[in-house]
Design a protein around this ligand. Structure first.
Ligand code: PA5
Length: 447
């Protein structure tokens, strides 16, 4: 298998020279070694590093068999989870799916829906209303087994399914993915007799897409998880090389840190394919939760172009010069659409008649990159040949490995997330959760 992912950092040269990036190599290799030898902070969360080559065929077959039974028996499967227990599967399914799959009546497998990623009352009401006359199943995912958002969604959907079909049927159509021993979800799954998969202790949520957390929903949606894993395994093999030419994750991690040190504090992940919107969301979580610590970190943002060229485009071209861009580009689309000629040419588009839509899209991308570089926005470009399981698997591992290296280059522990506890403490205090009496008194005195 060829390397497939290509990364081009030439267009950062006005801010950081190639010599500056090269000078960072020893430090970047050191950071990579810290990941690989487990000698840094957060080293109890490195189970993802060899996951693609460690996943057993038995587990993958079990995931596929479970997915097959849900596919056969359900019209709709709702995957419940938030953060790392949601975004990886959502990103891959959106990238591989038909943009109008939700409106088609001829789809072979079940419709894949998501819940527990918000606490929107209307969202949950409308979801339950939609499910009322559907044969549905549930995949409930929570590593800790105690996260409030998915717990609320699960309580509601479990009750709906049990009321609709009976407890026994519900138990056969619920799959829980959680910690092997701890947490409320594990206890519930054991008591109710759900099928379960385990999230390893040493794999953090945002690095868990290649565990059952991501693999089961992706398989239920009908995609080839073996190919996804094979793509990631290929990247795993090449992403420990100690030079920029053969290890794209090293080059990406070093370049973004060189830019950060040169005052570029915000990285914008840019796609020119709407199917990659959620890939940008997954990437934002991976980098945001891993790096934003100790008052440090590149702020990860994302835009969908050319859509956002008509909104954020102004800011990017002309706003404060603290940003850099990483363009994620897909070389060849799945389908071909040619712009027709029109004898009246009232819209003036005949100059592009006969061209594929993607040719126009690529020129929008190139024109924008040049304009942004001219406007003081350094630009990296990452390309994959096509949107397929194999290349998405490569991309996932590439970004994960680069994230570990980058976090250590930045000087933070990339594998914890102490900051996400603060909102929970306040929310529990405001909701008067038992055990939070002192916090409740404290927060209420401030209102
Ligand atoms: O990356 C992380 O660890 C987090 O984003 C978690 O995935 C998220 O908070 C959900 O946690 P859990 O799976 O325990 O419900």
């Amino acid at each position: 298998m060829d390397t497939s992912i290509k990364i081009d950092v030439a267009s950062v040269a006005a801010t950081v020279s190639r010599q500056q990036i090269d000078a960072l190599l020893p430090e970047a290799v050191q950071a990579m070694k810290t990941v690989e030898t487990g000698s840094g902070a957060g080293n109890d969360f490195l189970g993802w590093t060899d996951l693609p080559t460690r996943l057993s065929a038995e587990l993958v077959n079990e995931i596929n068999a479970t997915a097959e039974s849900l596919r056969k028996e359900c019209e709709v499967v709702v995957s419940i989870g938030i953060g790392g227990s949601y975004l990886g599967a959502k990103a891959v399914i959106e990238a591989l799916g038909d943009s109008f799959g939700a409106y088609r009546h001829d789809c072979k497998g079940p419709q894949m829906l998501f819940a527990g990623q918000n606490i929107g009352e209307d969202y949950l009401y409308e979801l339950m209303d939609y499910l009322r006359d559907k044969r549905f199943g549930i995949i409930v995912i929570s590593k800790s087994g105690t996260t409030t958002e998915p717990a609320i969604a699960f309580r509601l959907l479990k009750e709906l399914l049990e009321r609709k079909e009976g407890k026994e049927h519900a138990a056969r159509h619920i799959v829980a993915i959680t910690d092997e021993r701890r947490g409320a979800l594990r206890q519930l799954a054991t008591e109710e007799g759900y099928r379960t998969f385990v999230i390893d202790d040493n794999v953090g949520g945002r690095f868990s897409v290649l565990t059952p957390v991501g693999l089961l929903p992706i398989a239920v949606a009908g995609y080839d998880i073996k190919e996804l894993i094979a793509g990631a395994a290929h990247m795993q093999r090449i992403c420990s090389a100690e030079d920029y030419e053969s290890n794209p994750s090293l080059l990406y991690a070093a370049t973004r840190n060189a830019l950060y040190r040169a005052g570029k504090k915000i990285e914008i992940m840019v796609n020119y394919n709407p199917k990659l919107h959620y890939f940008g969301e997954w990437w934002k979580q991976l980098y945001g939760e891993s790096e934003g610590k100790d008052h440090k970190g590149i702020f990860p943002a994302a835009v969908d172009n050319s859509t956002d060229l008509h909104s954020m485009g102004q800011w990017i071209q002309d706003g404060e010069r603290t940003i850099f861009e990483t363009v994620l580009s897909v070389e060849v689309p799945d389908h071909e659409v040619v712009i027709p000629s029109d004898s009246d040419n009232l819209d003036g588009l005949n100059y592009i008649a006969g061209k594929r839509v993607d040719q126009v899209n690529k020129m929008a991308e190139l024109g924008t990159r040049i304009a942004h570089v001219d406007g003081g926005v350094p630009n990296m470009r990452i390309t994959i040949p096509a949107l397929s399981e194999k290349y998405l698997g490569q991309l996932i591992y590439f970004f994960e490995k680069a994230c570990g290296i980058s976090g250590y280059l930045l000087g933070v522990n990339p594998f914890n997330q102490p900051g996400v506890e603060d909102y929970k403490r306040n929310m529990f205090a405001l909701l008067e959760k038992p055990g939070y009496e002192a916090e409740t008194a404290g927060i209420k005195s401030r209102l």
